[in-house]
Design a protein around this ligand. Sequence first.
Ligand code: HEM
Length: 331
Amino acid sequence: MAALKITIYCFFFLQVLLCLLSSCALTNAQGLKVGFYNKACPKAELVVKKSIFDMVKKDPSLGPPLLRLFFHDCFVRGCEGSVLLELKNKKAEKNAPPNLSLEGFDFIDNIKAALEKECPGIVSCSDVLALVARDVVVALNGPSWEVETGRRDGRVTNINEATSNMPSPFSNITTLITQFQSKGLNKKDLVVLSGAHTVGDAHCPIVRNRLYNFTGKGDSDPSLDKEYAARLRRKCKPTDTTTDLEMDPGSFTTFDKSYFKLVSKQRGLFQSDAALLNNQETKSYVLMQTKRYGSTFFKDFGVSMVKLGRIGVLTGRVGEVRKNCRMVNKY
Ligand code: HEM
């Protein structure tokens, strides 16, 4: 009799264990999960997707800045929407030098307003950024991936943290690798995510030193293709601060793998793009993507974006769901 009881207990214990394990498969360790809003706001992902597709149809150049916002959010305090916050004293992340060229905040406000109308107080600003990043890539003909959601928004933003955490376009490969590693991202993630520079544009000051004064002797960067440098010099005069430069000339509104071709030909725009050729692993990834067949970039990009989206997230009861992405809730 006792043996039968033990067998029954064991059976139930196993059932509970299996049940727990299967639900864990859907929810990752940090409490994010694909389809987090399925019950509480079933149309959430649809609202975001429609807004992005409508916007990109009207003007595709509005998409890339929104993809960039997600990266800048996640690298400072984690993916918790702090890049969107404003402070009266102008000492928020968005006031830091690496963030002064960020754009698209109004668009995030519009999506958030549409979501608040659909289901008030449910969808966090940090999840809006994660969904927007994916939908922008898809709308620009790039790959799709399943976005984990369930992030909550932080209540802190600090200008100095953005300055010290954001990778610089002037960085060498060692610094870039270290900075990505400090966020739990490896060399492969670094080279894969840099592929986001297949879309969007930059401004002349970022490349000025590469064109006019690389070592302080009026020279140009030897790691920049000479013909390409001459073309860039025609566009960017030494004092130009406003001209836009397409990062992937000719297809800067199409998410494709041509970034890697550019980098392999020493036509990456920033020193940080060119630096990818200075490490064995990142270099061989770049070269592999330039082959006619066998490019893994599209699949890899989704995988690395999911990893990016897990950095320092707030879930469960930590943080809040902001009503207005620009300010913390008042209690
Ligand atoms: C590896 C380190 C990175 C550095 C140093 C870097 C730096 C920069 C800089 C300096 C700009 C141009 C700013 C301007 O002059 O307007 C830029 C643009 C951009 N970055 Fe990065 N970035 C990096 C990684 C990433 C990642 C991981 C993503 C996304 C996953 C990303 C997405 C973008 C996009 C889409 C643009 C174009 C934005 C626009 O059109 O306004 N970047 N990046």
